[in-house]
Write a protein that binds this ligand. Sequence first.
Ligand SMILES: Cc1cc2nc3c(=O)[nH]c(=O)nc-3n(C[C@H](O)[C@H](O)[C@H](O)COP(=O)(O)O)c2cc1C
Ligand SMILES: [Mn+2]
Length: 459
Amino acid sequence: MSQDLRTALRRLEAAGELIRLDAPLSWEYELAAVLWRLKDGPAVLFEDVTGYAVPVVGNLLNDRGKLATALGVGRDGLQDRVARGLREPVEPDLVPDGPCLEVSLDPLADLTDHFPVPRLSEHDAGRYISAGVLICRDPETGRRNAAICRLQIKGPGLVGVYMAPTHSRAILERHRGLGRRMEVAVALGLHPAVLVASQFLTPLDETWVAGGLFGEPLLMTPARTVDLEVPAFAEIVLEGLIDPAEEQPEGPFGEFPGTYAPERQNPVIRLSGVSSRRDPLFQMIVAGRHPEHLVTGAIAREAGLYEALRSVAPGVRAVRLTEGGACRFHAVIALDKRSDEEVGQVISRAFAEQDLLKHVVVVDADIDAADPVDVEWAIATRMRAHQDLVVEPGMKSNPVDPMAVGHTVSKLGIDATLPLDAKAAARYRVDVPPRVAAAIDARWDEIIGDRTQKAGRRQ
Ligand SMILES: Cc1cc2nc3c(=O)[nH]c(=O)nc-3n(C[C@H](O)[C@H](O)[C@H](O)COP(=O)(O)O)c2cc1C
Ligand SMILES: [Mn+2]
């Protein structure tokens, strides 16, 4: 089946984008430490986690290209492909049984007896599951929701959960209003496309979006102890109940802005079922400013923004949430504009679309939005500060924004595009004629031979 984590790992390994490590490593900070050292490197399968038979995988989504590899598609057009998840969602297929339920474990046992749940950042409150997708259902509309939520191991049968004020939280509040407990299931060990689908800011059921991304229905199977369905190919499934009246301290936890979310009273899940595939894999995402935490959220946000912006400006070619902006606060938008005014329209639409977004740079389509140096060059050579800046004070802030004051924040848009009536020569890029570059490319081996590596080393 092409929807499971194992297929993704196989594809990454075949492409040379996954390494297996057999050195013994501890769940306590060491797995995270290795993934920090390899933050721009391959996906990792840790085969020997001290005290555990279950291997751990990480770095699956630390760059956007790995999603393309895992899906078996080319890197070009990945953004459009991801946006298809939103454009053409596909209803999941329900299958009576799935590998995720092969092995049933005692829900009241200590989860860490079975699974090498890691400790990630120095001041984290404890051991955290950071790549689990929390599934719940709106009691009023019946709509299913799926979102990554961090889970803190609290004790046997008990995990703490943090829900930002997004859908999962709203659904919990609806249960509170009805005086009901909320059933939840957590699916862990998933194909990266499912994790990405869970990150869309959309009113749709994210499991439909995952189907759109795969181009085929996501296979789901009924959980054992709650009235919910889970992805059939998850490695591990937790099931349980959240009583809206019960809260316990959760955190601190190292979060994506690169700072710690403080300890707060947060909901807890009382587990009613734990199951796994035979020989399960445990999936982790290093939290904080690690590229995997950033990129997992960025891919869907970028595609969502791309889709929304193209409805006002069809010339939008690419949207990039940059790493320096924690892949949430800063966007670069490459635009083939129809009018000079279109830039301002794109900037306001971007701010309206994502409340986390604070600083937006619009560049021409010849600028590589993924290359920070190219973007800075556009700012250096195509912007006049007195006319190309848009400052919007008093905009709605997001609770995680460190600069939010009284739920507001100021936003800045930069028009780094050339005016449409700029002289043609202003668009030239200094270089040799393309035909000469192509001819030199064709003769490259003859010209350089085996000297490339030596030349590279000397630089
Ligand atoms: C690695 C990772 C960890 C995350 N942890 C949390 C979390 O603990 N709580 C939370 O509410 N959102 C968390 N998020 C973000 C949500 O999953 C994301 O905003 C999602 O789109 C929310 O969906 P919803 O509106 O359907 O609830 C995390 C995202 C990533 C990539
Ligand atoms: Mn949702």
